[in-house]
Design a protein around this ligand. Structure first.
Ligand code: PHE
Length: 443
């Protein structure tokens, strides 16, 4: 079986695909918004601390599980729990798989907004003002049209396979994303008002640092940003050769993700101050005026005020967000697709079609009951499912999984001090830290 399994052909391909999964709307929209709302540099500082202490080890545990077992997340967790509680492993795997579907159901809606906003300035440029305005304003019809388009874009990549689709497209899209991001930062930082934004972002207001809400938000943001807890990283980990030097690979993925979140802040926060400088209302009582307004109102108005270069900047900005969302979407799609291929012996094309159909039903249900479901699905996924799945990974890797697990094998650990330290950290410290933060979130 393992000989015929599709996979990444290079370590770089794996790192780019995983970084592509991690780098998404969470980095370019979520992180700067949270930072602007939570004391700028103070949020950045706490975010770095929780990433190092918890999110990075969780990412390691998830990728390690996939890599050691060389299986899709449901089979991987069943296998890892086979001695002590195989059923629990399997159910957890299926819950993770549902998490991936939930993620896709809301994420493809938001990604559809990005696509529509990418097209809007192009229509504007060709004098189609009405169409441009329709594309730039939220409506149920816009969701009904653009969400499926985005689902199809993701499916078109996934159905080409891991090497031929995911690796190839991640390797193409990630450098484009980086170039666009740097280009946009270079432009925005030259505008009047940008330096005020830089100061807010980079000089921490340490009075906010002990605020439990800030710590909890930073953790949720870190878990979402590193795509932990839905199996996407696990399935990618299973597509590289077993026993690769995971520590280095995992650290580079987390470093890339954190770096992009950081530099997205260098774009968005100064852009807000440029907009304020140009006469727009951006902050009220030190808080941003509505998170959605940031991307969809404040920045577009700013781009509008720049004349025709603004149209180009606007398209580039939203194309950047669309690309980031696309590479995140494909990792979550791969979770149920890999499960259907490996456990249900369905071919990749059919599996991708089936998963896309389920995601379409999920997303359209959210569109139909938007006010009730949209926020609720995001909250359940990010504040309950992702942290609990991470806790489960720590317990599996540190306690439940014995045979074939280097991290619980005393003869391996006796010879490798670094691994022993990591094993103990994952066993004892991570579950306790995570439980403390989780209790804070839930109550
Ligand atoms: N990490 C992605 C982002 O930052 C979102 C994501 C979450 C992707 C869970 C896959 C799985 O936007």
């Amino acid at each position: 079986m393992s000989n015929t399994r599709d996979g990444f052909q290079s370590r770089l391909g794996f790192v780019l695909a995983s970084a592509g999964s991690a780098i998404g709307l969470g980095n370019i929209w979520g992180f700067p918004t949270q930072a602007a709302n939570n004391g700028g540099g103070a949020f950045l500082f706490v975010y770095l601390v929780v990433t190092l202490l918890l999110a990075l080890p969780a990412l390691y545990a998830e990728i390690y599980l996939g890599n050691q077992t060389q299986k899709n997340p449901v089979s991987a967790l069943t296998y890892a729990c086979r001695d002590k509680m195989p059923k629990v492993g399997r159910y957890a795997g299926i819950i993770g798989l549902c998490g991936a579907i939930m993620m896709l159901s809301f994420y493809t809606i938001v990604a559809g907004w990005m696509l529509a906003h990418t097209l809007s300035p192009i229509f504007q440029f060709f004098g189609q003002t009405e169409a441009a305005q329709w594309l730039a304003s939220s409506s149920t019809w816009r969701n009904i049209i653009f969400t499926p388009i985005f689902i199809i874009l993701g499916a078109a990549i996934v159905h080409q396979g891991v090497h031929g689709g995911i690796e190839k497209w991640s390797s193409r899209l990630m450098p484009i994303l980086l170039l666009m991001l740097f280009g946009l930062i270079g432009y925005i930082l030259q505008q009047d008002g940008a330096s005020e934004g830089l100061a807010l972002y980079l000089i921490p207001d340490f009075s906010q640092i002990t605020d439990p809400e800030l710590i909890v938000s930073a953790m949720g943001q870190a878990f979402f940003s590193l795509s932990i807890g839905v199996g996407g990283m696990m399935v990618y980990g299973s597509y590289i050769e077993k026993g690769r030097d995971l520590g280095k690979l995992v650290t580079s993925i987390a470093a890339l993700d954190t770096f992009i979140a950081f530099i997205a802040g260098l774009l968005i926060i100064p852009a807000l101050f440029v907009a304020q400088h140009a006469g727009q209302e951006v902050f009220a009582n030190n808080k941003l005026i509505g998170e959605g307004q940031l991307i969809f109102q404040i920045l577009p108005t700013l781009f509008d005020s720049m004349g025709s270069i603004g149209l180009l900047i606007a398209t580039a900005f939203f194309a950047l967000l669309s690309i980031a969302a696309l590479t995140s979407t494909i990792s979550s799609t791969e979770v149920p697709v890999a499960f259907l291929i490996e456990e249900k012996k369905i071919n990749r094309q059919k599996a991708t079609l089936m998963v896309s159909a389920v995601v379409l039903v999920g997303s359209m249900t959210i569109v139909a009951f938007f006010d009730v479901l949209f926020g609720a699905v995001i909250r359940v996924l990010t504040t309950i499912m992702q942290p609990l799945m991470c806790l489960f990974y720590f317990i599996v890797v540190g306690w439940l999984w014995q045979r074939g697990n280097k991290l619980t094998d005393s003869s391996v650990l006796a010879q490798n001090k670094g691994l022993a330290l990591l094993g103990n950290y994952l066993r004892f410290v991570c579950p306790v830290l995570l439980t403390i933060v989780f209790i804070n979130v839930a109550f």
